[in-house]
Design a protein around this ligand. Structure first.
Ligand SMILES: [Zn+2]
Ligand SMILES: [Zn+2]
Length: 339
C-alpha cells in the first residue's frame, strides 16, 4: 500500500486502483493544501468525483491531471460531488461548461448551495456580517471579532455552481461501473461516500490524519445536531471493511473500524472537556471554545480558523443540549450551563 500520511507536499497524479485515478488539485493559501479528486474510467467515458477550488492553478492541475490519465476535461460525462464545500464543488461549473456533463450531489447540500447563491447575490459581504454577529453572541470581544473578520477578508468566495442531478444512498450505474452511494451527514448535511469495487471513497467524511470539521452554522441547520449525525454516519461505515479508503485529503488508508473508534473517542473527550469546564459555572461559547483542545494552542490557531472553531464548539454544545446535559440561554452573550 502507498501511504501519503503526514505528507505536506501535493502528490502526483496516480492510478490508485483499476480504472480509478487520483488527481490532486491545489487549494491555494489554505492549510489543507490540496483536494484529491478522483477519475473513474468506464466503458461509457470518464466520470469525476469532486473537482477542486475555483482557482486558475487548481484548474491547471485538473486539466493537466486528466491528460495524464489519458483523457481531458471535455470528455467528462458526469461529476459526483461528495459535498458542497468549495474545495470540492468549486470547479464543477467550469468542467460542465467544457464538457456538457451532469453534476450530481445530495439534495441537502444542493439546498445550501441555492441558499448561498441567494445570499451572495443579495450581499457579497453576508458571510462577514454573519461571522461578526455569531462571534459577538458567543461572547468574543470586539478585538477578536475584528481580527477574525479581517483574516477572512482575503478569501474570495465565487458564486457556487448549482448541481443538476439529485443523488442519495443508492446504486448508480456509470457505464460498466457500479457505484454504491452512502449518505453520511455530519461534516455537512449531504456528504456522499462511494463504494466502488471494494474501495471506499470518503470525501471529507473520513480522513486518516485529520478529524473532519463538524460545525453548527446558522445558514445550514440551525436546529440540527450535526455531531450526532456525524456519529451515526461514522457507525454506518463500520463492519464492512473496504480494501482501501480513498479520502479527499491526505493519505489513503486501511482500517475503517479502527479509525471510526478513534474519532468517536476524540469527540467523546471533547464533550467531557466541555462538561469539566462548565463544572465551575456557566460560560459563554467563546470561553468554551478556548477550553477545548485543538490541534495547536489557542493563541497559535490561525485567526481565520476561529469561526470554524466556534462552530465546532457549538456543535458539541448542541449535542450535549439535546442529551439534556447542558442548557443554553441564547443572548448577547449566550450562556451555557450544566443542567
Ligand atoms: Zn468539506
Ligand atoms: Zn475538503
Amino acid at each position: 500500500m502507498t501511504s501519503l500520511s503526514g505528507e505536506k507536499v501535493q502528490p502526483p497524479v496516480e492510478k490508485v486502483a483499476p480504472g480509478i485515478w487520483c488527481v490532486p488539485t491545489v487549494v491555494p493559501d489554505s492549510p489543507i493544501g490540496w483536494t484529491q479528486t478522483y477519475l473513474l474510467e468506464s466503458d461509457d467515458g470518464p466520470y469525476l468525483i469532486d473537482t477542486g477550488w475555483n482557482h486558475e492553478r487548481a484548474w491547471a492541475d485538473l486539466s493537466a491531471g486528466l491528460v495524464e490519465c489519458g483523457t481531458s476535461v471535455s470528455e467528462i460525462r458526469g461529476i459526483i460531488v461528495t459535498h458542497h464545500h468549495p474545495d470540492h464543488l468549486g470547479l464543477v461549473g467550469r468542467v460542465r461548461d467544457a464538457s456538457g456533463c451532469w453534476v450530481g450531489m445530495h439534495d441537502a447540500d444542493t439546498e445550501l448551495v441555492k441558499r448561498h447563491r441567494e445570499l451572495l447575490a443579495d450581499d457579497p459581504e453576508v458571510f462577514d456580517q454573519d461571522t461578526q454577529v455569531k462571534l459577538l453572541e458567543a461572547g468574543a470581544g470586539q478585538c477578536d471579532v475584528d481580527d477574525v473578520v479581517a483574516a477572512g477578508k482575503g478569501v474570495v468566495m465565487p458564486m457556487p455552481a448549482l448541481p443538476d442531478r439529485s443523488l442519495d444512498s443508492s446504486t448508480l450505474r456509470l457505464g460498466d461501473r457500479v457505484v454504491e452511494l452512502v449518505h453520511t451527514p455530519g461534516h455537512t448535511p449531504g456528504p456522499l461516500c462511494l463504494r466502488i469495487d471494494g474501495r471506499l471513497l470518503t470525501g471529507d467524511h473520513l480522513l486518516k490524519t485529520i478529524s473532519s470539521h463538524v460545525g453548527l452554522y446558522g445558514f445550514e441547520a440551525p436546529d440540527g445536531d450535526p455531531l450526532g449525525d456525524f456519529f451515526g454516519s461514522l457507525r454506518l461505515l463500520t463492519g464492512a471493511e473496504p480494501s482501501e479508503v480513498l479520502p479527499a485529503h491526505r493519505g489513503r488508508f486501511h482500517g475503517v473500524d479502527a479509525r471510526v473508534a478513534e474519532l468517536l473517542g476524540h469527540h467523546e473527550e471533547r464533550l467531557e472537556e466541555l462538561q469539566k469546564a462548565l463544572a465551575e459555572g456557566p460560560l459563554t461559547p467563546w470561553a468554551l471554545c478556548q477550553a477545548m483542545t485543538w490541534n495547536r494552542p489557542w493563541d497559535e490557531l490561525p485567526r481565520m480558523m476561529l469561526r470554524a472553531a466556534l462552530a465546532e464548539t457549538m456543535a458539541h454544545v448542541r449535542h450535549l443540549e439535546l442529551l439534556g446535559v447542558v442548557t443554553v440561554a441564547v443572548g448577547t452573550p449566550t450562556q451555557v450551563r450544566l443542567t
